[in-house]
Structures are given as C-alpha cells and as structure tokens.
Design a protein around this ligand. Structure first.
Ligand code: CA
Ligand code: CA
Length: 280
C-alpha cells in the first residue's frame, strides 16, 4: 500500500483510505480462504464482478476486518469456477501505507490479476502463497512465485525507520582514534529471509552507515564490519547493500561523516522480506 494508490471512502469506515483492487478467478468451484499478512490493520472486501470506488457497496459479497488475527482480514468464501471477482484490500485507518501480503488456500489455484497497479515498483508489492492441498500448516509452507500477472521480479518489501541524533546519543570515534566524538544510533538488525538488502539514509546531516556482523564494540569500530558507506546515494547519504543471512544477527550503526553532528534522519530498508530494526 503506497501513497500512489487510489483513495476512496471505506464503507462504514474512515474516509480517504488507500486501496488495492485485485481481480481473481478460480478454475474450480469451492471454498477458498483469503487473508492478509502484515502489520497494517487491513480490511478485505470481495465483490462479484467489478468494484466501483464511488459506490463501494455495489456487488459486495463479503467483508472482514480482523478474523485473521493481528488485525488481518480473513475471508472464507465460496467461489464459482470461471466467475470474475474483485478483492479490495484497504486499511482500517485513513491514509495508512505499508507492505502487506495476501495468502490464499483452497481446492485449486486462485488466479490474481492487479487492476489498478500501474507502475512496476507497485507490482512487486503484493505476493501470494497458494496451497492446493489446503493443509493446516500452509502458512509454514514454501512461498510460491509471485502470482501477480504483471510481475516477473521477486517481491521487494520496503520499510522505513526514523530517529534523531542528539548530544545525548551514544558516541564513539568511528576513526578508531578515541580522540573524536561521533554520535550514533545502533540497531539490532535481523531478517527472516536470507538475501540482498539495501539501507539508504535520508537526512540533512552528512550520514555514515555501518553494518556489523555479530557484535558491535564502540571502542573497536573496525571490528566485525560487514559493510560501510559514506555517500553511496551521491548526496552525502549512505547506501548500504549487503547480503544478510537469516541465522545471523547484525548491527546497523547510523552516524555522521563529521564530528559532533546532530539532527534527524530516516532509514529506508528494502529487500526480499521485512527488516526488523530494533534501536539498542
Ligand atoms: Ca483489520
Ligand atoms: Ca555521507
């Protein structure tokens, strides 16, 4: 869900919620289970045929808010083979954006097709996991390929984190000389899927970023460095691209090029799965 998505007024709910409309069709008639995964509070609506944002109750046949647990929708619906339906994913609150996934199970594949996905970056945002056997542990089964009709790329999931460096922040001398003061914010960094991840800063400060593998020792700043970068974005902002393994804990350290610099910053992380950053 991004700010490029369309807005509408959710029935009985918040005005100005972003939504994604996804066309679906099944080759076999039967009960299908469709739910969202993510951290946003989602709603799911199913429509028989087309969805009209200006009249969102027309054609509606199912709606759910939180049956999937963790504020995720879960729709158990009886779908007729060969009949086009529209799944609308939106959020409980206004103007909410973030990544989400849709997973489905049933007696056969569900074929999804995005309706209002207009850019390639957006086409990577939703991915779907299907299980033909409808077994109880399908959430633990392997991810299939992206089922979005327009996507040939693996999913790219982006998350953002903001923070501030102040005179009360932790300090170290990133040059290792113990003679200078650089404020920093350290994060415990874990991923649940091994792969290449990119971390980019955005700030009025000239930032400097490090990824440490295992422990970070402020008095030995060169020890355990996995990646470091100063100006990889070309605008004084760091851009760290690194392969991260799911079985290793890393430390991301955000600091500055010059000494004793304070200010706000944000970090955008992208990769094949969610990135969990915990300030430490
Ligand atoms: Ca919900
Ligand atoms: Ca820099």
């Amino acid at each position: 869900m991004t700010s490029e998505d369309a807005l509408y007024s959710r029935p009985g709910g918040s005005p100005n919620t972003f939504y994604e409309a996804i066309q679906l069709i099944v080759p076999t008639t039967g009960y299908y289970d469709i739910k969202s995964l993510g951290t946003m509070d989602t709603h799911g609506y199913l429509y028989n045929g087309s969805f009209y944002p200006s009249n969102p109750q027309l054609n509606q046949i199912a709606h759910d808010d939180d049956s999937g647990g963790n504020r995720q929708f879960k729709l158990l619906v009886f779908l007729q083979a060969g009949v086009p339906y529209t799944l609308v994913v939106t959020t409980h609150n206004s103007l909410t954006t973030g990544p989400f996934s849709v997973v489905a199970s049933g007696p056969d594949n569900i074929y999804f097709s995005p309706i209002n996905l207009v850019t390639t970056s957006k086409s990577n945002k939703i991915y779907l996991k299907l299980n033909r056997n409808n077994s109880n542990d399908f959430f633990n089964s392997k991810w299939n390929e992206c089922f979005l009709a327009t996507s040939t790329q693996p999913p790219i999931i982006t998350s953002s984190y903001s923070n501030v460096l102040t005179v009360n922040s932790a300090e170290f001398d990133r040059t290792g000389n113990s003679s200078s003061v650089y404020y920093y914010q350290a994060y415990q960094l874990r991923v649940s899927r091994t792969g290449n991840y990119t971390f980019t800063s955005s700030s009025g400060m000239d930032t400097y970023g490090y990824i440490y593998q295992g422990n970070f020792y402020p008095t030995f700043p060169y020890f355990n460095i996995h990646k470091q970068d100063d100006d990889g974005t070309g605008t004084n902002q760091f851009k760290l691209t690194a392969e991260l393994r799911s079985d290793i804990t890393y430390i991301l350290v955000v600091t500055t090029f010059s000494q004793a610099t304070t200010g706000t910053f944000s970090i955008t992380a992208s990769g094949p799965d969610y990135v969990n950053l915990i300030p430490i």
